[in-house]
Design a protein around this ligand. Structure first.
Ligand SMILES: Cc1cc2nc3c(=O)[nH]c(=O)nc-3n(C[C@H](O)[C@H](O)[C@H](O)COP(=O)(O)OP(=O)(O)OC[C@H]3O[C@@H](n4cnc5c(N)ncnc54)[C@H](O)[C@@H]3O)c2cc1C
Length: 432
């Protein structure tokens, strides 16, 4: 039997699949399509590219192997976070260089606002709440991280603030954390609703989206690229490869740049009104400073949406229900022992340097990998920049630090041992 989480014929079951508005109608590609731009992958990267390129007047064809939002974009926690997971602005600038460093930091700074602006502009039904994203410190020693982030993001104009212990208790609805920081431009969405809404907006702007249409090869055809699927092909001058952690070897080395790391997501049954009012009462989305991340948010129906990581994937359902119920009850005693209505998972594209790797793979061919778990806002923003590149803006004018494709060495082995990193993170989380 096909694994329902990895079967491209259907959306995997999840809270979001059960609650997002329907996808716009699409069909597989049949025959030849000709466009200015072909986009491979209908997650946020590809859909944002398609929307912005179509709005700029390009003819656009999107090819999606499965369904709109079938990859990470339809399965994530829906936290809209305008930061990278590990690197702060100074480190980003040091890593990518003075030329593109600050422009790229500014792109990240404004990325959450972009998501909520798009949702408002296109009337996307995505349960959007822009009441801030908060990162509490799980040990007093980690308040140093909060201070550094407020200083570095604040000096670059981000709407951030330090949060003391009492205020954090009020924001989170628990004494579990020691304080932290928050970014007011962040928030939460129904991630699949957002993907489907972006798709509808792209179609409205003139893009064509073909689903159940895996790109099997990319070849040169005169002055154009030919992207072939089982049912036909697309001829286009420009190409965006937006397959991320769900990609295969369509372009040499691109998908091998990341290790797909499984992240488990869970949603409780709807909690009672009093409990709902007492946890994250102001509607924040929250991810703490642990390596084995604690993350929580509500959906629009009073379900607490959380999850975690496991070292061993086999038989995950039962173990996860026990582990995360115990965790949630410890963090939020008022919750009692929660029951989960939904458990699902997806793959995050993780790389070694924790930096997004952004490429011009050949003239007019763009792609990126390496969200490292922070991609809702970032993929949207990078997609917009790919659209500008496809529409003719010179790369040197765009805030994208380009790098050569760099596959993870011994990736097969690295992929097998990656889940064991969770054990190390758990140990490190207990140290100052
Ligand atoms: C479980 C989980 C939780 C997460 N939580 C958060 C969060 O709360 N906040 C946050 O900021 N980020 C989060 N992320 C990361 C975020 O979801 C991703 O960074 C983002 O969705 C990446 O979008 P994308 O379009 O680049 O890739 P995807 O959404 O993965 O899209 C890639 C698409 O390409 C398609 N594809 C692959 N190969 C082909 C082919 N050959 N032909 C055609 N189509 C192809 C796939 O089917 C897929 O639909 C999470 C990720 C996961 C997995």
């Amino acid at each position: 039997m096909a694994d329902v989480m990895n079967d491209p014929r259907h959306m995997p079951p999840s809270l979001w699949a059960a609650t997002a508005p329907a996808s716009p109608p699409t069909t597989p590609l049949a025959g030849e399509a000709v466009a200015d731009l072909c986009v491979v992958g209908a997650g946020y990267s590809g859909l944002s590219t398609a929307l912005h390129a179509a709005e700029a007047g390009l003819s656009v064809v999107v090819l999606e192997a499965a369904e709109i939002g079938w990859g990470a974009s339809g399965r994530n926690n829906g936290q809209v976070i305008p930061t990278l997971s590990r690197l702060d602005p100074d480190a980003i600038v040091a890593a990518v260089g003075a030329d593109k460093g600050e422009p790229f930091v500014a792109l990240i700074r404004d990325s959450a606002a972009l998501v909520f602006d798009l949702i408002r502009k296109h009337g996307i039904e995505a349960e959007a709440v822009q009441n801030g994203w908060v990162q509490p410190a799980h040990r007093e020693s980690r308040l140093k991280i909060s201070e550094a982030r407020v200083k570095q993001w604040g000096s670059r104009g981000a709407p951030v603030e330090l949060v003391d212990r009492a205020r954090m208790a009020a924001i989170a609805g628990t004494e579990h954390w020691h304080g932290g920081w928050l970014n007011r431009s962040g928030g939460r969405i129904n991630p699949l609703g957002y993907a489907r809404g972006l798709a509808a907006a792209a179609i409205g702007a003139g893009a064509k989206i073909f689903t159940q249409s895996p790109a099997q090869s990319v070849t040169r055809d005169g002055a154009r690229w030919k992207v072939s699927t089982p049912g036909g092909h697309v001829l286009a001058e420009k190409l965006v490869l937006a397959t991320h952690a769900y990609g295969d070897e369509l372009w040499p080395g691109l998908s091998s740049e990341v290790i797909p790391v499984r992240s488990y997501q869970m949603a409780t049954e709807p909690v009672g009104d009093n409990v709902h009012r007492s946890i994250l009462p102001e509607g924040h989305a929250l991810s703490d400073t642990r390596g084995d991340l604690y993350f929580f948010r509500f959906d629009a129906n009073r379900r607490l949406v959380t999850g975690g990581a496991l070292i061993i994937g086999a038989g995950y359902d039962g173990r996860l229900r026990r582990r995360i119920a115990e965790r949630a009850a410890r963090v939020f005693p008022q919750l009692g022992t929660p029951r989960f209505d939904y458990v699902w998972h997806g793959y995050i594209g993780v790389n070694q340097d924790r930096l997004p790797h952004i490429h011009e793979l050949a003239p007019g061919v763009y792609g990126w990998t390496g969200c490292n778990g922070r991609g809702v806002a970032l993929a949207t923003a990078i997609g917009r920049e790919f659209a500008r590149a496809a529409a003719g803006t010179p790369m040197k004018e765009l805030p994208l630090p380009l790098s050569p494709v760099k596959p993870v060495p011994a990736r097969g082995f690295a992929r097998r041992v990656a889940p064991f990193a969770v054990g190390y993170f758990r140990w490190r989380d207990t140290r100052d």
